[in-house]
Design a protein around this ligand. Structure first.
Ligand SMILES: [Zn+2]
Length: 338
């Protein structure tokens, strides 16, 4: 399809124009997380013609995702398709001209250099602060712009980070929020709010890609779509005593004290093992006597009441039905290996 046709309405918009469109088509963007925010971002940017997308997600599609994760459908949930793979497939149905790299992985200090290498801009669509601080360390270190965004309940927040120019995540939030943090799993979420945040993030991304840097917002923007509250906090300058962009200390990137097993919301525990390549056929035969097993090319699922284990080809596992790390570890050791 000639680009004049496909992107004609966007090229007409003076802020983009023909030159901007050419820049978009040669751009490389990484989207970290492909839940609700990531789905909306990926759809907007793929339709806008961002030529090379890396979509990174550690999880698989479930029925409870369909209320807000707009790239997925019932067949994806029935297959427990990894979200990154399902996203790539869906994008190919409406823009087959793009290069979409799907990475089914948990972004970690050990793999971040490899996974984000080559991306000129990183978009946050994760659901946790640990990954965001890791992305902040990486992007500040490599002087790469990134955009923070979060949504929960009816509340959305976003910040553009231009390392060396504007405030970074640590400038604004020196420490991750402590104690009970609201999440979509505990407080619910309006699908419209996710799309609102993702739309703002996608627009700022496009400004950066077409070179309209002077138009980029330099505040921490937050809003509550239910109460109609709205606020902006200045973020145009780094905080002088920021340990990340000031002193250039990158503890998250160094992976100091990172656990190998973490809670990942939704009554489940994740085991990050990556160096245990798994042959699904062989594992299927091994597990069959102990419960129901099902697998496709991308995931193997094993039901052993009251637990449900999802295994990925690199050995990573998500164990559902418990938040007890010891229980998860022992199930994994018993059925996969210790
Ligand atoms: Zn900073």
């Amino acid at each position: 399809m000639p680009i004049e046709d496909r992107y004609s309405r966007q090229v007409l918009f003076p802020g983009v124009g023909a030159e901007g469109q050419r820049r978009l088509l040669s751009s490389r963007v990484a989207i970290v997380g492909c839940g609700a925010t990531g789905s909306a971002l990926a759809a907007l940017l793929a339709r806008a013609g961002v030529g090379h997308l890396t979509i990174l997600d550690r999880d698989y599609v479930e029925p409870s995702n369909l209320q807000r994760q707009s790239l997925f459908d019932e067949a994806d949930a029935a297959e427990s398709l990894p979200k990154a793979i399902a996203a790539r497939r869906k994008i190919a149905t409406f823009n087959s001209e793009l290069e979409v790299r799907a990475e089914v992985a948990d972004l970690r200090p050990e793999n971040i250099e490899e996974l984000l290498d080559g991306s000129q801009l990183v978009l946050d669509a994760t659901d946790n602060f640990e990954t965001r601080y890791l992305v902040n360390d990486y992007c500040v270190k490599h002087a790469r712009p990134w955009i923070y965004a979060a949504a929960v309940a009816s509340y959305g927040v976003t910040l553009n980070i231009l390392p060396g120019e504007t405030a970074c995540l640590s400038c604004i939030f020196p420490a991750a929020p402590q104690g009970t943090v609201e999440t979509c799993d505990t407080s619910g979420i309006l699908n419209s709010v996710v799309n609102q945040v993702a739309s703002i993030e996608a627009t700022e991304c496009i400004k950066l890609l077409v070179g309209a840097r002077d138009r980029v917002r330099r505040t921490l923007l937050s809003f509550d779509a239910w109460s109609n509250e709205h606020s902006e906090i200045a973020a145009a300058r780094p905080r002088p005593d920021c340990p990340t962009c000031g002193a250039r200390q990158f503890p998250y990137l160094a992976g100091e004290g990172r656990p190998h097993i973490t809670l990942c919301g939704r009554d489940s525990v994740q085991i990050h093992e990556r160096r245990r390549p798994i042959d699904f056929g062989e594992m299927n035969s091994r597990l069959a006597p102990h419960g129901v097993v099902k697998h496709n090319q991308f995931v193997l699922k094993f039901w052993h009441e009251p637990y449900e284990m999802t295994l990925f080809p690199d050995g990573r596992a998500i164990i559902k039905g418990t938040t007890d790390v010891a229980v998860a570890r022992s199930l994994y050791a018993r059925y996969v290996g210790s």
